[in-house]
Write a protein that binds this ligand. Structure first.
Ligand code: AKG
Ligand code: FE2
Length: 220
């Protein structure tokens, strides 16, 4: 497979991702990443861990973000378009490509990407939540790529995705193993999800395709 920036996702993959976002609003795609891309992302993650670049993740948006280890206890590295690692830039370019594809094919107003590498330590988890922050409408679509080779069901760490947007955490769910190469996509405002406790360190790359920034007035 050609690993030029624009081809991290082949056109056929972009079409499949778009179809799942259109209906039912989420999609789970094992082995969507090529072995090369997967290895480069794992290497990027390893480099960031070794250079001590990860910080404890918080909850909430902007200046209201707080570390809340009882809700999530992963460490993250925010992608920066100026990161010297070619793979960081490649990923951002690929995400911009998805925004463009979804603008053209789904008529969604998506204009930017924010994302981070995340490392959950053994025992790590993230309690059930929606990704769209209460005070901003910017996060439209969540895209998660997993980077764990040979992950077993007994390792835990499943993404539990609640598939009925009306019933939320009282409804049916799908458990997804965070196996390297798997990509999960869903509408950020509609699907509750959580990370079940993992028995070994768990690596993922989570990001959001964003619409225009529109702060809501009034408290929520
Ligand atoms: O790593 C995952 O499976 C999900 C992470 C997540 O829900 C988040 O960062 O908002
Ligand atoms: Fe989330």
């Amino acid at each position: 497979m050609n690993d030029q920036p624009s081809t991290i996702f082949a056109d056929s993959s972009l079409d499949e991702l778009a179809a799942s976002v259109a209906e039912p609003g989420f999609g789970i795609f094992p082995k969507l990443l090529s072995a090369n891309i997967q290895n480069d992302l794992i290497k990027l993650m390893t480099d960031k861990v070794q250079s001590d670049s990860l910080v404890q993740a918080g909850v909430g948006a902007g200046h209201e973000m707080k570390v809340r280890a009882e809700i999530r206890n992963d460490s993250i590295y925010w992608f920066d378009p100026d990161d010297p690692a070619p793979m960081a830039n490649k990923w951002i370019v690929a995400m911009d490509g998805i925004c463009q594809h979804f603008r053209q094919h789904l008529f969604l107003s998506l204009w930017s990407y924010e994302g981070h590498l995340a490392r959950y330590p053994a025992g790590g988890f993230y309690k059930a939540h929606l990704d769209r922050h209460a005070k901003t409408l910017a996060r439209e679509i969540t895209v998660i790529a997993y980077l764990n080779e040979d992950w077993l069901a007994s390792d835990g760490g499943q993404l539990r995705l609640y598939t009925d947007s009306n019933l939320g955490i009282n409804g049916p769910f799908i458990d997804v193993l965070p196996e390297a190469g798997t990509v999960v996509i869903f509408r950020s405002a509609d699907f509750w999800h959580e990370v079940k406790p993992a028995k070994r360190a768990r690596l993922s790359l989570t990001g959001w395709l964003r619409g225009r920034e529109e702060p809501l007035t009034g408290g929520i």
